[in-house]
Design a protein. Structure first.
Lengths: 415, 361, 361, 415
């Protein structure tokens, strides 16, 4: 272990925010490989450039994903980290752990890798940061023995993730954690064996606050909602007001549909639920007084992704309301998902996300292929151009309607 | 060493249910409301009257197993072993017994682990791999985040901003941090077209995929060299061809750096989700502390803190005052770079005479 | 007959100044305010205190010289010969002497010329040539407009709508009426792909221009026939290829008809300019009185009159209630046709969970 | 003249709205050709299809536009209207006429054509509807002798049009009529001789009410505005209020920037003019109390057009404020216009409108070519994608700035 000086990185041990350099140095005490990594990083800081490269695909037996192969571009100078792959471990739903599970992970990773982790990766996996090819299979075996499995990478279903939902949040409109666990387990093949045009991500948020940022970050966003009325506890409303909540400026004025009225005399809040768009604002400001409705379910949105290639897309509504029943094993949702995958798999080009495919083909084709009904909730507004298509079935339906009409008209005449 | 041939596959993740503290199992799906106890500490109350306390701890995300084990110890000591991580990579300790909260907070803080990040505070920075592990990073992730968080530390610890503040970073245009909908986003950018290693392309890359990877159609096959050519006028340095074909290297230490976007959000709260918008096209890489970046972000934060109304997130504030006023208040130049010229550009053009004058001198 | 070789060219239009009444010359650029005297009659008051009365008369736009001469007579009789036309093709009589207004109005009305169309009224319908003169019309212009205006006549004569109401028509997708930003727009549409007369194409059309004319890239050269082929799946019947090449005929009496768009506007007032949005994809041509069209428009007008707040133009009303509610209130089916699939489609998709439920039964 | 029955068209003589059929029948009394036209139209009504077609290009000597050639597709059956061209006559600014001018037009058209007109066409011209090829030149000669000229058609500058502006409207921020007249006369060559990639339309509105719909219908929209403050007459404000104007709901609530406050006690209205976006709403509701500012000029917007090819575009801001000086013959505006035309002419494909060209090439290139300064007023919001370009001049500027900095730093040290 060379005692190289690292003046640049040393700077980043200063300051109040917990330092990743300090974390790395902790590991470096027992793991020489991390010392090497620190030295390489110092060099990157000096040269202002990365020193990693793609390389041969690596993995574990039976899986096509879950490991990101990484190679140093200066292997002679940094032989310890010539190979430095990461392993993506599928997190438990909602990132809930107990100390035993944490220690298990640490033990496996102490045995097989650098001792560095990301808790967690941006998709949601627990990331074990840095090991060599020979260790991959063994590490996986030990993980598997301990009850852990790998997450996704490559052109497959990526590790789904969910907000803490019913475990810790009064807003949850369905069991995010169970759904995430269920989906992950139901689609292990899709998760572990890349055979799609590109990646497909699912994120699950229990309410429109969308604490997993699913609309920005997931191809399929499953977001809790309700279709009846916000439950109001008028005593608690009065209490908020008595305690000084400026209800007009803090709540009413921010309501996007201006559908709340407040009776100053009675200190009562009235919500026109027909016109409420369930934005959560009033509930979030007055959680003691307001609760989400009782007829709960989720809205499905599709197409979200980051910048590459067609620029970033946000997911958009494809089904305004779906019941998410544990009892039937989420059958309706799964049917929709599978139809989406089938259509996408059949039609997409290599590296074309589902949102990009819909952009290319049009929502019309997508809806037909997935048997989803076109509804105005899918759009901010209807199209502005007159460039729409007519299909043989449209003309057939028209003819049928006309004939039916004629018959009626005819029979009237003959009567 | 385990016998590789007998590894169980497809077992899926551990069942979350087994990880939950008893108070959660008892109140699962039946929480009634929550309260902020103090910055970093939440109290959730169930329909039964049960209470659950959450202590949120700021994390650099890159954690050693030494630290993880220490967290496990802390969880054992105060929380019957229960802890979780958040969608922004913080650590949360979960406990039913409110009397232990202060001691827990004290022990964490004493060890240098900041408790905070709840309510109207600066949240932890979502970020990515950077120079530590990715091959296409145009800037470092952990380093820039550390520098920014050190500077903005107090905002994480307090709960008195106009609204929550979400800053995110990604080290290249792949945007693994999905920063594109953040209050403030900074992203590593390249500024020079890739260099072409013809041999490498010929031997290692699928030409049709490379051609298709280019958002602007800048890449054409070069059949003679079994490689490709890049049209300098069309390339905007996204690096996607490099993702598909490592022989099109796009690294350039001199010209790589960072761009800043602001005003995005994801929640459906009040205003629906919004992309962040470009405000600073380029800041050079200045390791180890990225002074220009840190100063730029501090300025961006401070003008919002000073000017936004209570309850207005970054983009909501800008929407109210107008982008032209924002550039005036932020004292930032507006350039050709700020005007979209990609696929969906036209809907971003100002098709009305409604605007504010800002260049009155 | 004038000698053709000596025609003066490039003299430009007559100078407007010479056409202005004296009161306008005297107050040019110095008007102070205006008042509505009654529907169809405006009074403008100058800084000098001078008054100018305007009497607006509804016009079918297609005018015979007989009528024009009669207008000239009227102008002589009441207005020292001064009249003008508006940007929506109405006729306006301009007079300084307010005492003559009633007699003028009476004479006009007696001759069947409606005075109205000012303030919060139905404005005259902008429209185009239709079957009277254009070669690519998918419906008639004058006929449809007459049928609609007869039905909505009272709204032209009164000044008590929620806001002004601008209905416009165009007889094909070229949209010469520029109807695309109207409160209510109806436009002639085709629904079948053009038929190809190969000989005609070969002899009369520039293939590259024809190929380039297609918005969706449906046209490919057919070198064998020196003509083109059209991809049925990509063609959405815009007729632009027909504009460029008459041998690609797109007329189809059985399937041509009308589509209706609503909620657009142009003024920068309150809300900036907006495109109209598709609400009824197809109504068949039903000459002579286009009953289905007239009924559809009446319904569209009435729901707005009934539900809009004072001051809300059509699109402002819809924006307040939401498009999903609009479809419910209008009792119109929502179909695949309503969802954009052209170049700028993605920004029209609802990227938020914020919507109203409308299918509760 | 056959006395054919026209039951369908007869229907359209009924009803209260003035009937175009009646107009046509008036003409038909003296012009047999119109009877023929009526018969053809009746046939179109029966068959639900048009009976016109394109044909050889026709026109008058020296001009490439101004006439729309039209041919009946059933020339044998309707020989009188086998040819039926229209002539576009350039209207006087603001469509102001006197009875003499009207009668002159009628006389010429009685002599040379069908006697049918459109007053006016959608672009703004007075349209003389229907004549034959031999009449074209003579008709033009007579028009020209009487002081009328033709408007535009084809790939040229189209007839500019303007709202009544200062002649009849207190809101006019510049002399729309003079500008329209001036431009039309300055660019007679561009108007009469098609030599561009496609059409170019200019519409001129004296204030943001945009009564010529220029943002929707013109490539170049010139719209009056002001850059100081709305002039408030507080007495008149009080009067409106006293007369029952619900100032909050009718004015304040509709202000898009909520920059008006109203002092109930004093009955005074205060406008925060820094934040006013000059939408005209308050002024339009209270014209007696509020007037546009004094420092007047116009905003230039570019790119508007209807549906074909890239779908409809609205014009967008390219210059937030320009003074329109009669004194210097609108020199600044003309310089900008000419630069736009030059760039468009050089770069556009056939039938590519200027807005479409900008869409294809990017505003950056457009601004450079036209020396217009990028300002935030040009966009609703800055770009959301990171796909922007860097040019050699950017790097040069950066280097310069750096060197300057170094020098300063260096000199400090050496001091
Ligand atoms: C590890 C992680 C970043 C992190 O530090 O957290 C990551 C790392 C990489 N991402 Fe990512 N992405 C990660 C989450 C994301 C996200 C965010 C998310 O999933 O919520 C996004 C944006 C959302 C999206 O999918 O659009 C994201 C968008 C991309 C893209 C662009 C995809 C696109 O369609 O636009 C690429 C490029 C590619 O696929 O070739 C990419 C490619 C990569 C690669 C595999 C680059 C490469 O070609 O080798 C990176 C490997 C880095 C490394 O050395 O490990 N990564 N990537 C995240 C996965 C951890 C985990 O499994 O939990
Ligand atoms: C723990 C966490 C979910 C998880 O399963 O991990 C979470 C938990 C809560 N969120 Fe969240 N949110 C969490 C990430 C998010 C995200 C995603 C993100 O930040 O990347 C979002 C969307 C971000 C965005 O809009 O850009 C998010 C948007 C919200 C909102 C809407 C905020 C808004 O005004 O726009 C609320 C409502 C509120 O805060 O009033 C909310 C409210 C809450 C509440 C109060 C819900 C509850 O009753 O328990 C939770 C405590 C919030 C607090 O920090 O004060 N949560 N929340 C995530 C903590 C991240 C962190 O460590 O900082
Ligand atoms: C005469 C005319 C201009 C001309 O030179 O020909 C005109 C004249 C006036 N307009 Fe206009 N507008 C005229 C077409 C337009 C158009 C264009 C169009 O309709 O195609 C628009 C934009 C249309 C749109 O937004 O879709 C237009 C948007 C306005 C507005 C903004 C209305 C709004 O609330 O959106 C005002 C302000 C108002 O009415 O309060 C306005 C106000 C006015 C005033 C009150 C201005 C004034 O003080 O003189 C004039 C009398 C209006 C009236 O009818 O009561 N004028 N005005 C046009 C009459 C057309 C007609 O015959 O009906
Ligand atoms: C006469 C007029 C309609 C009317 O009844 O008022 C008209 C009539 C024709 N227009 Fe137009 N356009 C007329 C104003 C417009 C407008 C409105 C405007 O100028 O404000 C538009 C929409 C605005 C725009 O320019 O985008 C318009 C957009 C078109 C287009 C589509 C252009 C595009 O880029 O999208 C075409 C197609 C073409 O250029 O080949 C077109 C083509 C035509 C042709 C020449 C069709 C053809 O190929 O023969 C029509 C001749 C009809 C005839 O028999 O006379 N006409 N045309 C209008 C001109 C009268 C005048 O000079 O005052
Ligand atoms: S998304 Fe909703 S249910 Fe889930 S943690 Fe956030 S606020 Fe709670
Ligand atoms: S949830 Fe949102 S839309 Fe519904 S009442 Fe509350 S603030 Fe208004
Ligand atoms: S953002 Fe780019 S550089 Fe950073 S981890 Fe993702 S792919 Fe790698
Ligand atoms: S860097 Fe991006 S824009 Fe440039 S050639 Fe590669 S893929 Fe195309
Ligand atoms: S809209 Fe179409 S059919 Fe009607 S006049 Fe214009 S080009 Fe001719
Ligand atoms: S009608 Fe339009 S879409 Fe169809 S082939 Fe012709 S140009 Fe293309
Ligand atoms: S655009 Fe403005 S100035 Fe011109 S007529 Fe309309 S209101 Fe008056
Ligand atoms: S002009 Fe419009 S923005 Fe300005 S104060 Fe009046 S209503 Fe408000």
């Amino acid at each position: 272990m060379t005692e190289k000086k690292r003046p640049l990185l040393d700077e980043l041990k200063k300051g109040k925010w917990p330092s990743f350099v300090t974390e790395m140095e902790k590991s470096a005490e027992t793991k020489p490989v991390v010392n090497s990594l620190l030295n390489l990083l110092e060099r990157s800081f000096e040269e202002k450039r990365v020193h990693w490269k793609h390389g041969g695909i690596v993995g574990v037996r039976g899986y096509g994903g879950g490991v990101i192969g990484r190679y140093c571009d200066l292997p002679e100078e940094y032989p310890e980290i010539a190979e430095f792959h990461t392993i993506r471990v599928n997190q438990p739903s909602g990132w809930f752990y107990d100390s035993k599970a944490i220690r298990t992970l640490c033990d496996v990773w102490e045995k097989h890798g650098s001792g560095l982790t990301n808790m967690h990766g941006a998709t949601g996996d627990a990331i074990l940061l840095g090991t060599t090819t020979p260790h991959l299979q063994d590490c996986f075996n030990d993980l598997s023995d301990a009850g852990f499995d790998l997450g996704g990478s490559g052109s497959n279903l990526r590790t789904p993730s969910a907000c803490c939902g019913p475990a810790r949040c009064e807003y949850a409109c369905f069991d995010t954690l169970d759904l995430c666990h269920n989906i992950t387990n139901s689609y292990q093949d899709e998760l572990h064996r890349p055979m799609w045009p590109y990646k497909f991500k699912i994120k699950i948020s229990g309410c429109p606050n969308d604490c997993t940022s699913s609309i920005a970050r997931a191809d399929l966003s499953i977001i809790g909602t309700w279709r009846d009325s916000i439950r109001v506890n008028q005593e608690a409303v009065a209490e908020y007001v008595d305690n000084g909540l400026p209800i007009k400026s803090a709540v009413l004025d921010y309501c996007p549909t201006k559908c709340i009225s407040f009776d100053k005399e009675k200190k009562e809040m009235n919500i026109d639920n027909e016109n409420c768009t369930r934005c959560m604002h009033c509930i979030s400001v007055m959680p003691k007084a307001l609760r989400v409705g009782k007829e709960k379910g989720a809205t499905l949105l599709l197409g979200g992704k980051a910048t590459i290639v067609q620029s970033a897309f946000l997911s958009w509504v494809i089904k305004p309301f779906i019941k998410l029943d544990k009892e039937d094993n989420y059958a309706e949702l799964k049917e929709i998902m599978e139809k989406i995958w089938e259509w996408w798999d059949e039609n997409a080009k290599v590296r074309e996300r589902v949102g990009e495919l819909i952009y290319r083909k049009g929502m019309g084709e997508f809806l037909k292929a997935t048997d989803l009904e076109p509804v105005p909730q899918m759009v901010h507004h209807p199209r502005t151009n007159p460039y729409f298509f007519w299909y043989p079935e449209d003309f057939a339906a028209e003819k049928e309607a006309k004939d039916a009409n004629k018959e009626v008209a005819g029979s009237e005449v003959s009567e | 060493m385990t016998n590789p041939y007998y590894a169980k596959t497809d077992i899926g993740p551990p069942n979350f249910w087994n990880m939950l503290p008893q108070v959660i199992k008892d109140n699962y799906g039946n929480w009634l409301y929550h309260e902020k106890v103090k910055p970093g500490v939440l109290k959730h109350v169930g329909e039964t009257g049960d209470e659950l306390f959450t202590v949120r701890v700021g994390s650099p995300r890159l954690l050693s197993i030494e630290t993880l084990r220490w967290f496990a110890d802390i969880a054992d000591k105060y929380c019957d072993g229960h802890l979780r991580f958040t969608s922004r990579h913080n650590v949360e300790f979960l406990l039913a017994d409110g009397t232990k909260v202060d001691a827990l907070v004290d022990e964490l803080e004493a060890a240098g682990w900041p408790v905070g990040g709840t309510g109207k505070s600066l949240k932890n920075l979502i970020h990515t791999q950077g120079w530590i592990h990715c091959h296409s990073a145009a800037t470092d992730a952990s380093g820039t985040v550390k520098a920014v968080m050190d500077d903005l530390y107090d905002y994480f610890k307090k709960d008195d901003l106009p609204a929550k503040l979400k800053i995110s970073m990604a080290c290249c245009l792949n945007m693994c941090g999905a920063v594109h909908c953040s209050d403030i986003a900074f992203v590593g950018v390249h500024r020079k077209i890739p260099t072409i290693d013809d041999n490498g392309v010929a031997n290692g890359c699928e030409i049709p995929n490379v051609v298709a990877s280019c958002p602007t159609g800048a890449i054409r096959p070069n059949p003679k060299a079994k490689s490709v050519t890049i049209n300098e006028e069309k390339c905007m340095y996204c690096g996607n061809c490099y993702s598909v074909c490592p022989s099109l290297s796009i690294m350039d230490p001199e010209n790589d750096g960072i761009a800043i976007f602001v005003g995005g959000k994801v929640s459906n709260t009040r205003k629906g989700p919004e992309f962040s918008k470009l405000v600073i096209p380029f800041i050079p890489n200045e390791p180890p502390r990225w002074d220009s970046l840190v100063a730029a972000i501090r300025n961006l934060v401070e003008i919002w803190v000073k000017n936004a109304k209570k309850g207005e997130r970054y983009g909501e504030w800008i929407e109210r005052i107008g982008w032209e006023k924002f550039f005036e208040v932020a004292n930032l130049p507006f350039t050709d770079k700020h005007i979209d010229d990609f696929t969906f550009s036209v809907p971003t053009f100002r098709t009305t005479t409604q605007f504010k004058f800002t260049d009155k001198k």
